[in-house]
Design a binder for this molecule. Structure first.
Ligand code: FPP
Length: 243
């Protein structure tokens, strides 16, 4: 009987989450207003969506605007809101044709009617697509997500003993996706910034100094190679390929 250890199962990258940080610094380095960094960031995102599709990644979740980003100067906030509407207009047809399903996760109550319409149109047009699912976290906060899940569970009539990790996760904004396997944060900071707090419990993380507009396929492959070399144990002692 063989006594050699069981081979480690290959890691599967189904769900990639990204904190797209560094747009402002990218623009400042070029003596441009910060808005130009966000504009370049949208183009990078569109390229990365193609790269993720080519690599068979099923879910891509990006942090586009946090609940805390309202604290930024008014012109930057309104610039970002306008940019999103322009980006949806510019890229929606391409994304829809490429089979991308767009899902917005975040609080829609406090965004403008124009933005609500743009998000609704993007979701509506891509609802039946079966390619990559792009979840855009907009006006999103991890704490908001958890609090809202509790409120929805209570409103649905769940009794305290019925609130479990499994039942509560059905009320989170990410109900349509497995938990992320890998989180990439660009821009050199090493923190979560209230992104997907519940869902990142066992996610592997890669922090890159690259500013988001400079992030490219080679940087993505480097992050994936780092992920592929990890041992995921999910609190167990033996490696597990995915949960
Ligand atoms: C962080 O960089 C980036 C943001 C707050 C916004 C990211 C948004 C986009 C790339 C646009 C997304 C659009 C769509 C349609 C999904 P930062 O401004 O904090 O950069 P800094 O750390 O250098 O100041």
């Amino acid at each position: 009987m063989s006594t050699s250890p069981k081979p480690t199962p290959p890691l599967v990258l189904r769900h990639l989450a990204i904190v797209m940080d560094g747009n402002g610094r990218w623009a400042q380095k070029r003596h441009l207003p910060r808005f130009f960094g966000h504009k370049a960031g949208v183009d990078t995102l569109v390229k990365l969506i193609d790269a993720c599709r080519a690599r068979g990644i099923e879910h891509l979740t990006v942090y586009a605007f946090s609940s805390e980003n309202w604290r930024r100067p008014e012109d930057e906030v309104s610039g970002l809101m306008g940019l999103v509407i322009v980006a949806v207009t510019k890229y929606l047809t391409k994304l829809a044709r490429d089979g991308v399903r767009i899902v917005i996760i975040g609080d829609r109550e406090t965004v403008s009617d124009r933005l609500k319409r743009a998000w609704n149109e993007a979701e509506e047009l891509t609802r039946n697509n079966v390619g990559l699912t792009l979840s855009v976290a907009f006006n999103y906060g991890g704490r908001w997500d958890i609090v809202r899940a509790c409120q929805r569970a209570v409103a649905a009539g769940l009794r305290p003993e019925q609130i479990t990790e499994e039942s509560l996760s059905r009320y989170l904004a990410t109900v349509h996706a497995p938990d992320p396997d890998l989180l990439i944060r660009t821009g050199g900071e090493m923190r979560i910034s209230n992104f997907l707090l519940w869902q990142l419990a066992y996610t592997e993380m890669v922090f890159s100094d690259c500013l988001w507009p400079d992030f490219n396929e080679a940087a993505l492959d480097a992050a994936i190679a780092s992920f592929a070399g990890r041992e995921r144990r999910f609190g167990d002692v033996a490696p597990v390929s995915a949960r």
